[in-house]
Design a protein around this ligand. Structure first.
Ligand code: SAM
Length: 280
């Protein structure tokens, strides 16, 4: 925390989370930082102007988004020596599927003070609504829109024993759910939508039922897909594992064969490697 008890903010970078729908979710601390900052780095000044209007303030804003960040960043870093700069995104927590990490990296490298004002984040809010395990979760942001790239990413995370979180848009939802069902199996999932807004909802079901529901009915609004972890499948029979290992060993060196069978069965790769060596 780098703000003073008086209203003047110490020079430095203030990362400020803003509401993801309901403007009343702006925290009092976030509002006071926005009111006291010399400058606010924003994704879209029209969006942030609405928020500032809601709390009855006007501040100088500078656009900082994917298309100008590399040009704007050096100037912001220089200004941080003598200015308090708040970083906001259009909604939610900056840096989370939004610009900002390079600004934090460079501000830190330049020795400037940095603090964060935590608050709404759609991924975490979705997790709280979904009714799926929360002890381990893995955030993937937006899936690629091209089918092959999307399937590759899904395959990469299929073995992760955690709830998975994806940001998505209405028009792409049906295809994304179908790809997830195909790549992950028919896991429990939730489509959370319009969180903290009038039409907030969480629709739960298996990936295939959700894919069918949204195939020809793309919903409006902002969406987070939450997918439960892989089920605790019954351990495969030892003879089946051995057969898989023998098959893999005919094509691959022992370590790779163990890796392939570990991926297919969820069994420990080191144990499989030891077994593979015994077969060799
Ligand atoms: N930085 C933001 C955060 O902390 O959540 C996320 C920014 S990302 C560019 C925007 C995506 O977040 C949307 O496309 C949607 O997937 C998700 N999102 C944002 N607001 C949402 C809401 N109210 N309900 C559901 N999802 C939301």
């Amino acid at each position: 925390m780098i703000e003073n008890a008086d209203s003047k903010l110490t020079p430095g970078l203030y990362i400020v989370a803003t509401p993801i729908g309901n403007l009343s979710d702006l925290s009092p601390r976030a509002a006071s930082i926005l009111a006291g900052a010399d400058l606010i780095a924003v994704e879209d000044s029209r969006v942030t102007a609405k928020l500032l209007h809601h709390i009855g303030i006007k501040r100088r804003m500078i656009p900082y988004h994917d298309h100008n960040a590399d040009q704007v960043r050096p100037g912001l870093i220089a200004d941080l020596a003598h200015k308090s700069i708040a970083l906001v995104s259009d909604a939610g927590t900056p840096l989370i599927s939004d610009p900002g990490y390079k600004l934090v990296r460079d501000a830190r490298a330049a020795g400037h003070a940095i603090t964060t004002i935590p608050g709404p984040c759609a991924a975490v809010a979705a997790l709280t609504l979904a009714g799926l395990p929360t002890d381990r979760f893995f955030f993937l942001g937006f899936l690629p829109s091209k089918a092959k790239a999307r399937a590759d990413i899904i395959a990469e995370v299929a073995a992760i024993k955690a709830t998975l979180l994806f940001y998505e848009s209405g028009p792409r939802l049906g295809a994304a759910l179908a790809a997830l069902a195909e790549g992950l199996g028919d896991r429990d999932a939730a489509v959370t939508r319009e969180i903290s807004k009038t039409y907030e909802e969480a629709v739960t079901g298996t990936l295939s039922t959700l894919a069918a529901r949204y195939a020809d009915a793309p919903p409006r609004g902002e969406i987070v897909i939450v997918v439960g972890p892989p089920g605790e499948a019954a351990a495969p029979a030892e003879a089946d594992v051995d057969a898989l290992l023998v098959d893999a060993l005919a094509r691959l060196p022992a370590a790779k064969a163990a890796g392939e069978v570990a991926k297919a069965t969820g069994l420990n790769k080191r144990d499989l490697y030891a077994r593979a060596l015994a077969f060799k």
